[in-house]
Design a binder for this molecule. Structure first.
Ligand code: FES
Length: 129
């Protein structure tokens, strides 16, 4: 009788653990919403380029554009190079122009444009999760 109780409890514990693991796995597979970064208009005045932790904001021309700083090759953070008037990846030296267009190196793709929304008093940049 004691053995039977032990086996029943062990079986219930095993099934509960399996269900918990399944829920955890399902939750980690759900798409996560993008992070939204708000930039105040007054902080962007008289700037042509804003370098954020994860993105570039190009403020020349009529419409601001945002580019993800993640290199399309292996994901290093691309930097702005004022001498080259463009973006360079420090890992394998892929180069991009100020519109994010691929110029040279192993990346072979353009920098990814990000969504921007004009809001009251500033801009909202959406960074993929
Ligand atoms: S990670 Fe950028 S060129 Fe390789």
């Amino acid at each position: 009788m004691r053995r039977r109780n032990f086996l029943q409890r062990a079986g219930k514990f095993f099934l509960a653990s399996l269900a918990g693991l399944g829920l955890f796995t399902a939750a980690s597979l759900l798409p996560r919403p993008p992070r939204k970064i708000f930039l105040k208009t007054k902080d962007l005045e008289n700037k042509k380029l804003f370098v954020g932790e994860d993105f570039f904001l190009i403020l020349t021309g009529n419409t601001p554009r945002a580019l993800w700083r993640r290199c399309p090759h292996l994901g290093c953070a691309v930097t702005y190079n004022p001498e080259l008037q463009g973006f360079v990846c420090p890992c394998h030296q892929s180069r991009f122009d100020l519109t994010g267009k691929y110029l040279s190196g192993p990346a072979k793709k353009d920098l990814r444009p990000l969504k921007i929304r004009q809001t009251e008093g500033g801009l909202l940049v959406e960074i993929p999760a």
